[in-house]
Design a protein around this ligand. Structure first.
Ligand SMILES: [Zn+2]
Length: 445
């Protein structure tokens, strides 16, 4: 079968551009009606449609024509300009229908513009540079929020790069159009995203009711966070009321300098992460020691029993934990200290919480568990920031940073197939940024 496209009722050969004889009556169906309903262009009309096979796939070409009285618009300055000439017909990929690839076929005109010279016209369904219609690009980007990029590529029989570029476009548009006013609370966090200790710094908005990713930066230096504040602007920074972060020194310094009006909070999620790490360390060391001394491996397989909250344990984990607690082990003592510390978060008054904290730290310092002592020392050193948690209560959503962080990890793990930071940060903004999308009359997915 010869490949061609139809234009003004005549067939053109794709390769040579020569006119072909029209042998089959194109079937008009009700396609025009549907297209006019879902995607109408003011100065253009839909023409004939033609179904054909290309490389084993069914394709549908839909002709687009400029209205006879419409003057082309310059793509440089968006003004109406006199036509110069008409280029060979081009195809713009539209959203596939019933597994059929759909293309708009249009012969772009060039305009003679006094300001821009001879340039190609602007068309409402796409840009002169892209092979896809804008609608199709947004369609792919929307699906890429629900599935991994390779799954989207597979489902719509397109390439990974195409999906990536679609997401990139959506993110760029979203970042340009998002509103950053009214951000009162932010959380700053560092995230390990690649083996070999590559870190990201992420900034979330964690106001009650609005949780989203605001910014991603490579690395976790003071410089990195300074870049956020620079892009966020001093006016907005001055309006920040609460900032949650980890005890990471470079962040603490920058936050004190750049958002001195905000209450800086060390939040529960970060503290408990340190605590879990300490228990892990105590357990690993002790297990090694017991093994070397030829004892029963009582600690094997207990990691999750120790780290999970007791109410989340499975029955068999519960039994295992009960068994373990009978031993007089450092691991058990560390576990009990951690469990005890959970009461800290139940306090209402910062004063009482402070008293509890001091007692807990004193007890832990006597525990002879180095890893736990390190946590206690750290908490003592940041006592005020820690107690700010109680001053900020109610204004920030407690689980926000944790929730967003978990989502972020899912995104980074989702096998997007990227190695570069650029692809990564685009994926994160797309998944977590709650970026706006342009209004369209018809929702395609
Ligand atoms: Zn122009």
């Amino acid at each position: 079968m010869r490949r061609g496209c139809i234009l003004r009722g005549l067939w053109y050969d794709w390769v040579s551009g020569k006119k072909l004889i029209d042998t089959t009556r194109p079937n008009r169906m009700q396609l025009k009606t549907i297209l006019n309903r879902i995607q109408k262009h003011r100065s253009f009309v839909y023409g004939e449609a033609r179904l054909y096979e290309d490389g084993g796939r069914l394709c549908l070409d839909v002709e687009l024509r400029a209205r006879a009285n419409g003057r082309p618009q310059c793509s440089g300055c968006a003004r109406s300009r006199p036509g110069y000439d008409t280029l060979a017909p081009r195809r713009f990929e539209f959203i596939p229908l019933w597994g059929i690839a759909v293309y708009f076929v249009y012969a772009m005109r060039r305009v003679e513009c006094p300001t821009c010279g001879v340039v190609v016209e602007a068309v409402p369904w796409g840009s002169g540079k892209h092979q896809s219609t804008t609608t199709y690009v947004w369609f792919l980007a929307r699906w890429a929020k629900r599935m991994s990029w390779s799954e989207v590529a597979q489902a719509f029989r397109t390439s990974w790069e195409r999906v990536f570029r679609a997401v990139e476009m959506a993110v760029r548009w979203g970042l340009q159009h998002r509103q950053l006013g009214g951000v009162g609370a932010i959380g700053v966090d560092e995230v390990l995203w690649r083996r070999g200790y590559k870190f990201l710094t992420v900034v979330y908005q964690i106001d009650k009711g609005v949780r989203r990713l605001l910014w991603v930066g490579e690395d976790r230096k003071a410089k990195t966070l300074l870049r956020f504040f620079r892009s966020f602007g001093s006016e907005r920074s001055a309006q920040l009321r609460f900032i949650c972060s980890d005890m990471w020194q470079p962040y603490l310094k920058v936050i004190a300098r750049k958002a001195s009006g905000a209450i800086h909070v060390l939040d529960r999620f970060h503290i408990m992460t340190h605590m879990s790490k300490a228990i892990d360390e105590v357990r690993a060391k002790e297990a090694k020691r017991l093994k070397a001394a030829g004892y029963e491996p009582v600690l094997t397989g207990t990691r999750f029993c120790l780290l999970k909250r007791p109410e989340n344990l499975t029955e068999s984990q519960e039994i295992k934990l009960a068994e373990l607690l009978k031993y007089n082990l450092g691991t058990v003592r560390a576990y009990l200290l951690k469990e005890d510390f959970r009461f800290f978060w139940n306090y209402v008054s910062p004063a009482w919480a402070g008293k509890f904290l001091d007692r807990w730290c004193t007890r832990t310092m006597r525990s002879r568990l180095d890893a736990m002592k390190r946590v206690a020392r750290m908490l003592r050193n940041h006592r005020e920031l820690l107690l700010n948690w109680f001053r900020a209560r109610g204004a920030i959503s407690a689980a926000a940073v944790e929730g967003l962080n978990n989502k972020l990890k899912v995104t980074t793990r989702k096998a997007y197939g990227f190695r570069s930071f650029r692809a990564m940060d685009i994926a994160l903004y797309h998944a977590l940024g709650q970026l706006p999308e342009p209004n369209s009359t018809h929702r395609f997915c």
